[in-house]
Design a protein around this ligand. Structure first.
Ligand code: ADP
Ligand code: MG
Length: 686
């Protein structure tokens, strides 16, 4: 838990505070003073009586009293004794260690970092860092970098794994008007990491007072369960969360592991975790700060946008960006169209985008926004594009936009690109507490990203006829490695996943008995080799005893073959479901079209087990091949409900079977009524 003394200290000690504001200790002290911290500020700096007019001491023992919070900006090897003395003799419970030179630099650093965490844990205190840029709360500004973020209780809460990246993020956020209610740069996260900050936000969430907007930058998911639990809980309480998890490609991974001592986790696991939690995933700073700006506007409750502009091109570009992501710009027709047009100068357009032309007045702009807000039920948001050719002041128009943002019941997204031509007017606009979207296409993409992020998944697990006890018995008794057909079949049966009628034979006599039970037409497959087709071990559509026997004799001669599997021939669209166990995360579930499509098109959706039916449906609908699965141009599709149900059944089974490291159902054959698995590979490692 994060200690009250870290958040709201009555006294702060800056260890290594200096008069030189080009040093971290000097700049940090200056920011605390300039930020108007209301309590006592002390400095530990031998040989000085005052630093920046604050009392300075040589030793902890010389301090006039206790200190709540210590911020350390001294060499790493000096930290342990100071922290120990403060914790033991000065009742200090908040510690922020700016200094680098810990676990990111080797064994000795790692040892010191652990010792610091142990000392602070021992007294029930909170440690932020080491190797970070600090903390900002409404009480004090404890970071040493520039630019200094704007603090505002209604701003966003920000937690970052990288201090340097946070500085870049501020540079992208501040010109957009984003303010912050708290900032935690967790650095190496020796005690308090990203997940612990989320936990704290969740456990202390107050619907009246807490900020509902959370921004995260992370390079490593250390505790996926904790992240999922608290992120989804916060979102259910009404918060919105946007995050960058960097290191999603292999090249990116190498860059992170040499950075904060962080090891990047597998990307599909992260993707699945974020979707399940309802976190809006971003990939760059501009995207992140634009999504946060969207969060700072009113919420759009539907998908229909009116675009109000005085320049044609940007209106069209925004239309394209929104439409590409599923937000509609419905054509305005009939009475609404005529009434809107009547408000405007000749030559204007009211079809949506509503183009009020360069000659449009602030008053006309206001009337159009009001009309969309109050008269048009099928519009749920307005984007207003207003630039400046530099001929006259746009202060009047910005004033109208300011008023309408406040008075409208629907969100109004201001797109004010004239950061040079009308800089002062735009700054005045931001000073009223608004955000600005300087680029319409960046806004369009951010809005659609938000719109397409699912709500957090429900927590309940689907158990309908999934026999966990039976599955556990099978797994407890089986051997490591790829499982033989009868074990595969029993496991699928325990999960309630339909399979083709089948059996195995090792002699001709068994073979003939089997065909009597199954009946032609059948498929024969080798038992033994993992990739059966590759060794000529799959023969489809066998309809006679003669063909059956000759294929049997041929297959039994193939290398590593121990028998044959005879399976009822089925028909349908080929589908794929797979899963892989990812340490810490659990099973990542995948689905797509089966057969050759899986590998060639890479069109796969992912999710994190256990899944709900809603999640599985959303995975299926996210496939590019979804229209094929639904059936198109008279071609029969596959039953989507059954497909989703099988994905869920498998995910429930896996939730209780971490020994299954990999599983592939490829293919399942589906038609409009049924889906059955005809090939499954299961790898067990206990
Ligand atoms: P492998 O993946 O080891 O090569 P499969 O059992 O998947 O072997 O069979 C290869 C292909 O044969 C499948 O992708 C599917 O197209 C077809 N197939 C397999 N079993 C059946 C079946 N019971 N009915 C119809 N087609 C089948
Ligand atoms: Mg196969």
């Amino acid at each position: 838990m994060i200690h009250e003394k870290l958040l709201n200290p009555k006294s702060i000690l800056v260890v290594g505070g200096s008069d030189n504001i080009e040093k971290p200790g000097g700049k940090l002290l200056k920011n605390i003073i300039d930020g108007g911290f209301g309590g006592d500020v002390f400095v530990l700096n031998p040989g000085r009586e005052t630093v920046q007019n604050k009392p300075s001491f040589a030793n902890v023992a010389d301090l006039p009293g206790n200190v709540d919070l210590a911020i350390l900006a001294v060499a790493s090897n000096l930290c342990v004794p100071v922290v120990k003395e403060l914790a033991e003799t000065r009742n200090t419970r908040g510690f922020i260690i700016i200094s680098a030179g810990f676990s990111e630099e080797g064994e000795e650093g790692k040892r010191m970092e652990k010792e610091l965490a142990d000392i602070i844990n021992g007294v029930g205190g909170t440690l932020i860092g080491p190797n970070c840029i600090g903390v900002v709360t409404p009480c004090y500004n404890g970071i040493f970098t520039y630019p200094v973020p704007k603090v505002n209780p209604h701003g966003c809460d920000f937690v970052t794994g990288s201090g340097a990246t946070a500085v870049f993020i501020f540079d992208s956020a501040l010109p957009k008007g984003i303010s912050f209610s708290s900032i935690f740069s967790v650095g190496n996260g020796a005690q308090t990491g990203i997940e612990e900050v989320l936990e704290y936000w969740d456990n202390t969430f107050d619907p009246e007072k807490s900020s509902k907007i959370k921004m995260i930058y992370l390079e490593d998911v250390k505790n996926p369960d904790k992240m999922l639990k608290h992120a989804s809980s916060l979102i259910r309480k009404g918060c919105k969360i946007a995050a960058i998890k960097s290191g999603s490609t292999d090249a990116g991974k190498r860059a992170t592991s040499s950075h904060t001592g962080a090891m990047a986790s597998s990307d599909s696991a992260v993707e699945a975790l974020f979707r399940k939690a309802g976190i809006v995933r971003c990939f760059g700073r501009e995207e992140l700060t634009t999504v946060i700006s969207v969060f700072m506007c009113k919420e759009m409750t539907g998908k229909n946008m009116a675009i109000i502009t005085h320049a044609g091109g940007p209106g069209v570009m925004l239309t394209d960006a929104l439409a590409a992501g599923g937000i509609s710009i419905p054509k305005i027709e009939g009475e609404h169209h005529d009434k809107l047009l009547a408000m405007l100068n000749p030559g204007s357009s009211a079809a949506n985008p509503i183009d009020i032309l360069a000659t449009g007045t602030p008053e006309q702009l206001g009337n159009v926004i009001d009309y969309c807000d109050k008269q048009m039920d099928d519009i749920q948001g307005m984007s207003v594009i207003f630039g400046s050719p530099g001929l006259t002041s746009i202060a009047g128009a910005l004033d109208v936009i300011n008023q309408k943002i406040v008075s409208s019941s629907k969100p109004v997204y201001p797109i004010l690109p004239a950061l040079n031509t009308a800089r002062e007017e735009v700054m005045d606009f931001l000073a009223k507490g608004h955000v600005n979207f300087p680029d319409e296409v960046t806004l369009g993409r951010a809005l659609t990203t938000v719109y397409n992020t699912p709500k957090p998944a429900e927590e309940k697990i689907f158990f309908d006829n999934v026999n966990i006890d039976k599955a556990r018995q099978i797994i407890d008794c089986c051997e490591n490695g790829f499982q033989p057909p009868h074990i595969v079949n029993q496991l699928l049966e325990a999960a309630g996943i339909p399979t083709a009628k089948e059996g195995t034979a090792q002699t001709e006599q068994e073979l003939m008995q089997l065909i009597g039970e199954i009946g032609y037409p059948v498929v024969m497959k080798v038992v033994g080799p993992v990739h059966k087709s590759d060794v000529g071990g799959v023969t489809l559509n066998i309809k006679s005893d003669e063909h059956l026997k000759s294929e049997y004799q041929r297959m039994m001669k193939i290398k590593d073959v121990t028998g044959v599997l005879v399976q009822k021939m089925a028909q349908g669209m080929e589908l794929f479901i797979g899963a892989k166990y990812e340490p810490k995360f659990g099973h990542i579930m995948l689905c797509g079209l089966g057969g050759i499509f899986v590998e060639t098109l890479g069109d796969i959706s992912s999710g994190l087990a256990p899944l709900t039916l809603n999640e599985a449906h959303s995975m299926v609908r996210n496939l590019k091949a979804y229209r094929i699965i639904k059936g198109m141009r008279g071609k029969e599709g596959a039953n989507e409900d059954k497909f989703a149900e099988i994905i869920v059944r498998l995910s429930t089974l896996l939730r209780f079977a971490v020994e299954i490291k990999e599983i592939d159902l490829n293919p399942l054959l589906g038609n409009a009524t049924d889906i059955i698995a005809v090939d499954a590979r299961i790898l067990i490692e206990k």
